[in-house]
Write a protein that binds this ligand. Sequence first.
Ligand code: PMP
Ligand code: GLU
Length: 405
Amino acid sequence: MTTTTSTMNQLSDRINALAESATLAMAKKAREFKEQGIDIISLSLGEPDFPTPKHICEAAKQAIDSGKYFAYPPVAGYADLRKAIAEKLQKENNIACKSENIVVSAGAKQSIANAMLCLINPGDEVIVYTPYWVSYVEIIRLAEGVPVFIEGDLESDFKASAAQLKDAITDKTKAVIYSSPSNPTGSVFTREEMDEMVEVLKDHKGIYVIADEIYEKINYTGAPISLASYPVMYENTITVNGFSKGFAMTGWRVGYIAAPLWIAKACEKMQGQITSGNCSIAQRAALAAITGDLGPTISMTEAYTRRKDIVISLLNEIPGVITYQPSGAFYIFPDVSAFFGKSADGTVVHNADDLCLYILNEAQVSLVTGDAFGAPRCIRISFAASEEDLRSALSRMKKALGKLQ
Ligand code: PMP
Ligand code: GLU
C-alpha cells in the first residue's frame, strides 16, 4: 500500500511534525543509488568503516554458544556490564558513579531519548549548543520541549561561549545538550571552556545537562573532559556514551547513560515500557569491548587522524571551501557559502541543501547539508571511509565545484 495524503492525515500530529533524520536519509539515498549500480561514495553517515574488533565478535559468539543469554536481560542492562561501565567512568572520566547510576540502552540515541522524555515537560526549554547533532532537536520536540539555540561559528571553533549560555537561560530552562567531541564539527571543549560553563551552571540546580561524550575515544588533541567529573555538576549531569564509534559497533546498538539515581531509575522505567532493554548478545559484546584490549580502538583513531589530514589538505585545494582543524570525531564541517548563488549547466545552487544535491548528482558523493545541524553555511563530510574513497571523493568534488560559476 502506498502512503497517500489521506493516510498521512491519520497519523498522529507527533509523527507528522517529526523531521526524518537527515543523516540516515542521505545514507538511504546513497544505498539506493548503489543498488542501481551507480558508483556512489558515501561520506554522509558517521559510521566507522572498520569491522568490529575480533575479540568483541568472539565474545558475542561465545555468549550465543553458552546458551545462557537467550532470555530477557535486566531492563537497565546486565549487572556485570553496568559495573564495568561504572568502573570505566570512575577510572577514565573521573565520574563518581556506581552501577546503579548506569542504564544501558539500544544505542546512545535511545539513551538521549530516554533522558529527554524523563526530564522535559511541555514548554520546557532545552538549550542546544549549535551546530548540533541532527537528532537532538527532534527528540526535544518529541518530548514537547522547546529548543533554544546558542550558536558557535568558524571563528569560535564552532563553540558557543559561556556568556551565550548565560544569556540563554530563562526560568523555563530545564536542560542543556551538547556533544564534545562534537558531531558535526569535531570541536572539543577545553578545560578552560568547561570551567566557564560550570561557573554559569553551578548555581542553577533545576537545569540538567545532557553531556554527549560518544566520540571521546576519537580525539586528536588530548582527552576530552567529562562535565560530571566536576563534583558541583555531578547531580545535574547525564553523561551519554556508547560503543558505536570508539569500538566500531554501530549495528550492535549499545549505548548508556550515567545519571543521578532518580534519573537512571526513570530511564529504566521508560525503556521498560518501550524496548525492555538492550539485546542480550550485544551487551556481552559490549562487556568484552569495555574490559578488553583498546589496541584496535587506538589504531582506528590513528587511521582517522591520517584521513583527517588527507581530507583537509585536499579540501584546501578547492577554491571557496573554508576549512579548520577538527579536534575530535570523524567529521569536517567546512563553510561552503562561497558557492551559494552559483550555477552549472542550468542548475542553480542556492544553499547547502542544493549544494549537497548538486554534489550527489554531479560527483556521486553523498554528504549532509549543514542545515540539518543548524548551520546553513556548511556541509558535513564524514571521513570514516577508506583513504582511497576519500581521495576519489575529494577529486570528484573538486571537479564538480570547479564547474560552478
Ligand atoms: N550522539 C552523537 C553525537 C552521535 O553522532 C550519534 C551517532 N550515532 C549518537 C549520539 C547515537 O549513537 P548510537 O545510537 O549509535 O549509539
Ligand atoms: N550519528 C551518525 C551520524 O550523525 C549516525 C547516523 C545517525 O544515527 O543519525 O551520521
